[in-house]
Ligand binder design. Structure first.
Ligand code: ADP
Length: 349
């Protein structure tokens, strides 16, 4: 028994019209004179035609096209030189990016139009980000070498500093300290550009991770008489481990660092388990951050303190943001000046 039954012409026409009306693609049929035989709403929308659809029938398509576009030129060519296959990929049309294809049929040509602006822009952004990452990796990598030469020659001079007058001696000191500072910048930039590269996610036990973190930060914790406590459940999470460690480390170090000298830093790390994600919080009893700076501090090299007061490069929180976003989460904070700050971030399960 056949599963198909005979479809008569009027039924076929209904089916075709319904398909044409519903596909996410603009469709236009032109006769050999370039006049519109059929056009769907999608095509009218993409081309920003502000007439009723029925009134477009029999109009030359070129009347509706933006004259500066390659689409216009191609249709003109089809009319004067004959209808043949054409493909226009990612062509600019007013504010849009279109992919337009033409396929001849017995009475003229069928044109399909897709608005690819969004996916095109997304691809471009992805490409630009990759390019930027590579650029910062290469520059920071290559900058290290001449800088190392500066440092070693300046150190040689430093050993002979007694032969110089006071201006000369001061200059050597500035060269050496600036060069070391630049080395630190390059190191963090290099780390920043490498986030998420060449890594696989793995299961990490949070209790163990925090114990290791405390061991790594032993000196800082001792000197500042700080306490770091985890009060959450002993969860296991699937993360890019080295990046995740750095994320927690940056937030804990900041919590300890940005405390006034009379206060013993008290850092409390907690995690809340929600159906779709884990929400971490890192709370400190430090100097706090005024609300107007909440966004600014996540920018690369943005700092609220001069480096003679508290040392730093200003990249720590941008690093944190990049790592959190790499995991598909979000980062934010609440703070009270003089009382303390809590940074929150989420990691989807
Ligand atoms: P860095 O610590 O190297 O300056 P970050 O990107 O980690 O860079 O932080 C940017 C700025 O945000 C810091 O200079 C500081 O002013 C502020 N900040 C960060 N964490 C805290 C915190 N826990 N308490 C108060 N201020 C903070």
């Amino acid at each position: 028994m056949s599963t198909h039954r005979h479809v008569d012409n009027s039924e076929l026409k209904q089916i075709l019209l319904s398909i044409i009306g519903n596909v996410p693609v603009g469709i236009i049929a032109l006769n050999f004179n370039g006049k519109i035989i059929l056009m769907n709403e999608q095509a009218a929308g993409i081309l920003e035609v502000n007439k009723k659809l029925q009134t477009c029938i029999d109009l030359p398509l070129t009347d509706l096209l933006f004259k500066e576009s390659k689409f216009y030129a191609t249709i003109n060519k089809c009319i004067t030189e004959g209808m043949s296959i054409f493909n226009l990929e990612n062509e600019g049309f007013k504010e849009k990016i279109l992919t337009v294809k033409g396929r001849p049929f017995i009475n003229g040509i069928i044109i399909t139009i897709e608005d690819v602006t969004q996916s095109f822009e997304f691809k471009q952004l992805e490409f630009k980000n990759k390019e930027l990452e590579e650029f910062s990796y290469i520059t920071s990598h290559d900058l290290q070498e001449p800088l190392n030469s500066i440092i070693s020659f300046a150190s040689l001079l430093e050993d002979r500093k007694t032969n110089l007058d006071s201006v000369g001696q001061k200059s050597i000191d500035v060269i050496v300290s600036s060069a070391y500072r630049m080395k630190e910048f390059i190191k963090v930039l290099l780390e920043f550009s490498r986030i998420g590269q060449r890594q696989e996610k793995n299961e990490v036990k949070i209790i163990q991770l925090i114990e290791d973190l405390k061991t790594d930060l032993h000196n800082l914790i001792e000197t500042k008489k700080a306490t770091v406590e985890y009060i959450g459940k002993p969860i296991t999470i699937n993360v890019f481990e080295p990046d995740f460690i750095k994320l927690l480390q940056n937030l804990v170090v900041n919590g300890i660092k940005y405390t006034d000298s009379e206060t013993k830093p008290k850092i409390i790390i907690d995690v809340k388990e929600l159906p779709e994600l884990f929400e971490f919080s890192i709370q400190d009893n430090g100097i706090g951050i005024a609300e107007e700076y909440y966004d600014k501090i996540f920018g690369v090299f943005e700092r609220l303190h001069t480096r003679d007061k508290i040392s730093g490069t200003g990249i720590g929180l941008s690093h944190c943001k990049k790592v959190v976003e790499l995991h598909g989460g979000e980062i934010w904070l609440t703070s009270e000046v003089g009382k303390g700050t809590t940074f929150y971030f989420t990691v989807p399960k």
